[in-house]
Design a protein around this ligand. Structure first.
Ligand code: WTA
Length: 644
């Protein structure tokens, strides 16, 4: 284990003012190895330090950080805090139901629970490198399971508990998970979700799964398959709380998290141990300017990267108190977020633009009932925040006192990349502002050249590796390379477009590929189209996004029916199509509008011209630009008429 730094004044771990930001930023670009090496050395415990800070070949999509170092991330999240913070609350669990008491789990409690769970996993045959699928609601057992996997070196694959059986089984099969941790059910607002039923259905086609551990949450009666399923609690009761953490290599995979691509099946993004640890800790500390007695609340689900990095790893690595909320913003009424902020005296609040928009449309009384004086910083993530929502958030939640940190990043980037640093970077509505130290964004033009200068717009790439970047797609490195490192050779391509203003601030303008962000969820068009096309009456379909006041974007489907003499009512068919999507992917991917058409505008090479469909969906029927390259230009008019 390393020695604490002797020269505290030189620390790069915390940025305190704008001048320092520029100093650290410049250092991180000129001497990235020294910069990250120093941060890593001074702020974490290692079994063995590294040989090289970074070793990479971007063109081949090969990146390694802290080579040869040995570490355990959970030792850094929990064990090392015990002496100083054993009785400090690590996790506040706020249940869905307001009549159920919140739980305050101290670092000591968390240590004990994670050690017991780690022992249960080992007893059930899980060891280093095995994949464990975690399909749980936002309850403490989710955090404990994730950390227990990391403690013993098992690779967690958390699947958001809103995904359907088909979506879960494809994710389990892709990474051949040996075990599933789930619960009898989950509470969500007024609803109870039958999670175990979904897992039972998913596992019909998952030969790799040997064991299922079931948390009791809703007490509903469920099916337990003998020899496969076990209740978790009795196993925990019998487990020792003495557990030796696995010594992990810096580049051992820590987790897999699936994200939608514009084509094909979801991509299992692989994050590795040391780089992810250093970067999530560093970004959490700086962006939110975390201090010892703060209470941090990120409203994301741990099923998404935001939950991984900023509910669990980032906060715990800093010995912070982090909130896990089981419920939804509208239950029991639209003041729930504000009530929870008041109740737990939240200091930093981090949510998504779609949540802000949905609450802003309700009566202002819901938020004005609460003074929200404890808040210091408010953040957003997941999609571009529109100006109106930004101001509403700033005025009514932050009381114009709290910096709004509009944080741009991705599942693939592991941590926040471009964002104001609270109290340090002057904010500007709808701008993610400046890159964090270590991050080198560039804008690229259509000819694949780097765009120099300001007041320019282009495709956003990152030209130098950073510690938390994903290392590969599980089982398909070629796809990783093709998707992210081939469009602009030698650079990481984000899939987003961005604008750089006159002072170098970045504003993210949205996806430039076929991923559509609906209510903050990334949805690839291809998997949804596949689901629709599986309906026996459908021959072909195309999905595009169109602006929606609350969701940001909603989905519009153009569907060609087979000539089967289908006589059922069209409205009935629309319902069935949405049910298909719900069954294959999940309710989040349902279409808001469906239009039946007889053809789709296609180029001579057979590619659907989505640009035209997007205009139609947006209701902009005036000028479709050049459609002479279409194989079937007449179809455009027909679709427009069908819409009217
Ligand atoms: C979008 C979420 C604008 C972007 C952490 C990105 C944003 C995708 C912002 C990644 C933001 C995320 N402003 N757009 N502050 N944050 N995005 O993988 O298009 O779920 O590529 O990761 O969300 O979504 P993901």
């Amino acid at each position: 284990m390393n020695q604490a730094n002797k020269n505290k004044k030189m620390s790069y771990y915390k940025i305190q003012n704008l001048e320092q930001y520029f100093k650290h930023y410049n250092k991180s670009i000129r001497e990235p190895r020294k910069f990250w090496g120093k941060i890593a050395e001074e702020n974490f415990v290692w079994y063995q330090t590294w040989d090289k800070v970074v070793d990479f070949n971007m063109a081949e999509a090969e990146v390694k950080w802290f080579t040869e170092a040995k570490v355990n991330i959970v030792k850094n999240c929990i064990d090392r805090h015990l002496a100083r913070r054993g009785n400090k609350t690590a996790i506040i669990f706020e249940p869905n139901n307001i009549n159920e008491e919140a739980q305050h789990i101290t670092y000591n409690d968390l240590h004990q629970r994670v050690c017991k769970m780690a022992n249960v996993l080992r007893e059930q045959g899980i060891s280093k490198g095995d994949r464990v699928c975690i399909y749980l609601p936002m309850i403490p057992e989710l955090a404990v399971s994730v950390l227990a996997c990391a403690r013993i070196g098992a690779i967690h694959s958390v699947v958001f508990a809103g995904f359907s059986a088909t979506a879960v089984s494809s994710r389990i099969n892709d990474s051949e998970c040996k075990m599933v941790v789930t619960s009898d059910g989950g509470f969500r607002g007024e609803k109870t979700i039958d999670l175990k039923g979904i897992i039972d259905e998913a596992l019909i086609n998952c030969p790799s799964v040997k064991n299922v551990l079931v948390v009791k949450r809703t007490n509903q009666s469920i099916f337990m398959e003998t020899g496969r399923d076990q209740w978790l609690q009795p196993l925990l009761d019998n487990a020792s709380d003495n557990n030796v953490a696995e010594i992990m290599d810096a580049e051992d995979p820590l987790f897999i998290l699936y994200t939608s691509g514009s084509t094909g099946k979801p991509k299992g993004m692989v994050h590795t141990t040391a780089g992810y640890m250093v970067y999530t800790a560093y970004t959490f500390k700086n962006v939110f300017q975390h201090e010892e007695n703060d209470i941090f609340w990120c409203t994301a689900d741990i099923g998404w990267i935001t939950g991984h990095s900023y509910i669990l790893y980032g906060p715990l690595l800093n010995g912070a108190t982090t909130v896990m909320f089981e419920g939804i913003p509208s239950y029991p009424d639209f003041s729930r977020f504000w009530e929870v902020i008041e109740k737990h005296k939240i200091t930093q609040f981090y949510t998504a633009p779609t949540a802000i928009r949905s609450l802003a449309k309700e009566s202002i009384d819901f938020v004005q009932k609460y003074p929200l004086k404890s808040l210091k910083v408010i953040g957003t993530v997941g999609e571009p925040i529109n100006e109106e929502a930004w101001h509403w958030y700033n005025n009514h939640v932050g009381g114009k006192r709290c910096p709004v940190v509009d944080t741009w990043w991705q599942t693939e980037t592991g941590g926040i990349m471009i964002s104001p640093i609270a109290f340090v970077t002057p904010t500007k509505p709808t701008y993610a502002t400046l890159p964090l130290p270590g991050i080198q964004p560039v804008l690229m033009d259509e000819k694949r050249n780097e765009i120099e200068g300001n007041q320019k717009e282009g495709s956003l790439c990152i030209k130098f590796p950073w510690p938390a970047m994903a290392r590969t797609i599980w089982g398909n490195h070629q796809r990783f390379k093709d998707t992210y490192f081939s469009t602009f050779p030698g650079k990481y391509f984000t899939g987003d477009g961005a604008l750089r203003d006159e002072v170098g601030y970045y504003r993210i303008t949205g996806r430039v590929d076929d991923v559509i962000i609906v209510s903050g969820h990334n949805l690839g068009t291809a998997p949804i189209e596949d689901a629709i096309n599986e309906h026996p009456a459908v021959s072909e379909s195309a999905i595009v996004g169109f602006p929606h006041d609350i969701k940001g974007n909603a989905l519009y489907g153009f569907v060609i029916l087979k000539d089967t003499g289908e006589t059922r009512h069209r409205e009935h068919l629309k319902k069935e199509i949405n049910q298909h999507i719900s069954d294959h992917i999940g309710p989040i991917a349902k279409l808001d509008k469906i239009q039946f058409v007889t053809g789709l505008p296609k180029t001579r090479s057979g590619k659907i011209m989505r640009r035209i469909l997007r205009k139609i969906a947006e209701g902009d029927l005036s000028n479709f630009g050049d459609i002479t390259t279409l194989l079937n230009p007449e179809i455009v008019e027909e679709i427009v008429e069908g819409k009217l």
